[in-house]
Design a protein around this ligand. Structure first.
Ligand SMILES: NC(=O)c1ccc[n+]([C@@H]2O[C@H](COP(=O)([O-])OP(=O)(O)OC[C@H]3O[C@@H](n4cnc5c(N)ncnc54)[C@H](O)[C@@H]3O)[C@@H](O)[C@H]2O)c1
Length: 246
């Protein structure tokens, strides 16, 4: 399948984990890519990986998604190099861990700035610049609808991201721009294993409930492609069934 032949995509947080798997999958299906992440060396490694996966072209953008000017620059990079931005995947995310009473104002803003405002900045640029047929996919989490102790800002941010997805679907419709969200369950990436709840044993995971980044990438590729032309405003759990279980 080469569903993104002739199209270009920006993937945020694409130097690691789920973002890298998404970029490789879109590239393997013909997308020209902008890898947006924080660190140039990590971006360079990801660029090599996506080219090896078959991406016809790939550029890097050092971009803190919380910084609106940096987001504008990343989108400009894609427009100049590829002539258009057809797909945006808002994947960059930050998860912090504290008891609710210990999160102060700055702690909240730090998470909201990346997990909600990062996607909002890219959505703004997408609505300003994407052509008809454009697709935005937001990487939320099962924490958007159910959660665990000690991750309140993250859970709130991911819930807000579902709301942003609906607003984007509604307001993008007249312009032919779709927006959908994917809700990953536990996925085997550095972020999963940095979770102190897992490290301490307070939260236990059945190994059968741990998915691969490629599982998320497959769902994102579907939602970003013309195969999902009549799907917008949707929130798709990709969690091995965890949300379905009482
Ligand atoms: N791994 C899981 O179990 C899991 C579950 C549900 C949702 N998610 C979501 O999937 C997404 C990717 O997570 P992952 O597990 O691959 O994490 P990861 O830590 O492996 O990768 C995250 C990437 O995002 C980048 N990043 C972080 N802050 C950024 C910023 N401000 N600007 C630009 N880039 C930034 C990091 O540098 C890193 O490359 C996140 O939104 C996360 O919330 C992950």
């Amino acid at each position: 399948m080469r569903r993104f032949e002739g199209l270009s995509a920006i993937v945020t947080g694409a130097a690691s984990g789920i973002g890298l798997a998404i970029a490789k999958r879109l590239g393997s299906e013909g997308a020209r890519l902008v890898i947006a992440d924080l660190n140039q060396d990590a971006i360079d490694e990801a660029l090599e990986a996506v080219r090896q996966a078959g991406a016809p072209d790939a550029a890097g953008a050092v971009c803190d998604v919380a910084d609106e000017a940096a987001v504008q620059t990343a989108v400009h990079t894609a427009l100049v190099r590829f002539g258009a931005v057809n797909v945006i995947v808002n994947n960059a995310g930050l998860m912090t861990f504290k008891a609710l009473q210990d999160f102060d104002h700055g702690d909240w803003l730090k998470v909201l700035a990346v997990d909600v405002m990062g996607a909002a900045h890219f959505t703004r640029q997408g609505l300003l610049h994407m052509p008809c047929g454009g697709a935005i996919v937001n990487i939320a989490s099962v924490h958007a609808v159910m959660t665990t102790p000690n991750v309140a800002p993250y859970a709130a941010a991911k819930a807000a991201l579902l709301s942003l997805t609906r607003s984007t679907a509604i307001e993008g419709k007249a312009r032919g721009i779709r927006a959908n969200a994917v809700l990953p369950g536990a996925i085997d990436t550095p972020m999963l294993w940095s979770n102190p709840n897992l490290k301490s044993g307070a939260e236990k995971l059945d190994p059968r409930d741990i998915g691969k980044p490629e599982h998320i990438a497959a769902a994102v590729a579907f939602l970003a492609s013309a195969d999902a032309a009549f799907i917008t405003g949707a929130a798709l759990p990709v969690d091995g069934g965890r949300l379905a279980q009482l």
